[in-house]
Design a protein around this ligand. Structure first.
Ligand code: NDP
Length: 287
């Protein structure tokens, strides 16, 4: 049986957990794949991808800072990649000499699956607050809307970016007719009352900061999700827990988005919980 080759491309890339996750998925499913890290120069993403294709590569995960370039490079895009405006998964479909580069985005579905399936928290009918309007936030809007929340408020430091997302998704919502009534934009400081589900998709936690939200967004029945993960709870998770909210970090999202990418490439869905538990134990041991 020949081994199909995949990579995760980013810059930096040394700390990526994706090779470990995909190696575990391959062992579990018996799929014959090799998966490695590929450091691309900041101005050399397309060259790196084309060289990898020329040497037989079958697909790639794409991480910071190349998700927009991957979107631009793809010959064809999935609906969720189009909505997200970013690509985290490339598949190289071959027909003779021809290679078709297919771009997909699995981040949003990974988040929603971690919240609904792994944490058991409902999105349907929930009042949802999404903090941030960058690439990660943009990718989760469509999968969240598809679950019919009662409300989805997008709050961002730069309000115009949240406004632009509301306009984009309200305009593209023919398949989800209730969307214009559900979706709105806000400044952090003007948020009023509490929400059922609060998702931190800002990069504030990366620099141990907190978006300036009022503590009143969290109630005792709220669930707060930080896309960032680590050995210790983030400031955002600490603030939410103090208000009595349930909390979860983004490690499950990382594993779920990888599982969805694995499915895009191999047509096989790996089990995520054993891999999640292994990574969580490693994080705890390192912290
Ligand atoms: P971007 O750089 O595209 O966007 C950053 C966002 O954070 C913007 O909305 C920005 O606001 C906001 N922001 C940055 N600093 C602050 C601050 N100090 N206070 C308030 N808001 C701030 O980043 P991404 O969207 O790609 O990533 C966001 C986070 O999601 C990162 O922590 C990343 O690690 C995580 N992530 C996790 C994944 C997982 O699998 N767990 C997958 C993908 C991302 P403004 O518009 O005003 O600049």
């Amino acid at each position: 049986m020949s081994t199909d080759r995949y990579v995760v491309i980013g810059n930096p890339i040394a700390h990526s957990k994706s090779p470990q996750i995909h190696a575990a998925f391959a062992r579990q499913t018996g799929e014959a794949i090799a998966y490695e890290r590929l450091l691309a120069p900041l101005d050399g993403f397309e060259d790196a991808v084309r060289t990898f294709i020329a040497t037989g590569g079958r697909g790639a995960s794409v991480t910071v800072p190349f998700k927009l370039e991957a979107f631009a490079l793809a010959d064809a895009l999935s609906e969720r990649a189009t909505a997200a405006g970013a690509v985290n998964t490339l598949r190289f479909d071959r027909a003779g000499e021809q290679v078709n580069i297919v771009g997909d985005n699995t981040d949003g579905v990974g988040l929603v699956r971690d919240i609904m399936v792994n944490a058991g928290v409902a999105v349907s009918g929930a009042r949802v607050l999404l903090l941030g309007a960058g690439g990660a936030a943009r990718g989760v809007i469509l999968p969240l809307l598809a679950e019919s929340p009662a409300q989805l408020v997008i709050a961002n430091r730069t309000l115009s970016r949240a406004d632009a997302l509301v306009a984009q998704f309200a305009g593209a919502a023919q398949t989800l007719p209730a969307v214009p009534a559900v979706l709105s934009a806000a400044r952090f400081e003007s948020l009023d009352g509490n929400f059922d589900l609060i998702i931190n998709a800002t990069s504030a936690s990366l620099s141990s900061e907190l978006p300036p939200i009022p503590a009143s967004v969290f109630g005792s029945g709220s669930f707060a999700y930080d896309m960032m993960y680590g050995a210790q709870p983030t400031l955002f998770m600490q603030m939410a827990a103090q208000a009595g909210a349930g909390v979860r970090d983004g490690l499950g999202m990382l594993v779920e988005q990888a599982a969805e990418s694995f499915f895009v490439w191999r047509g096989v869905r790996p089990q995520t919980m054993p891999v999640y538990r292994e990574l969580r134990a490693q994080l705890a041991a390192a912290g």
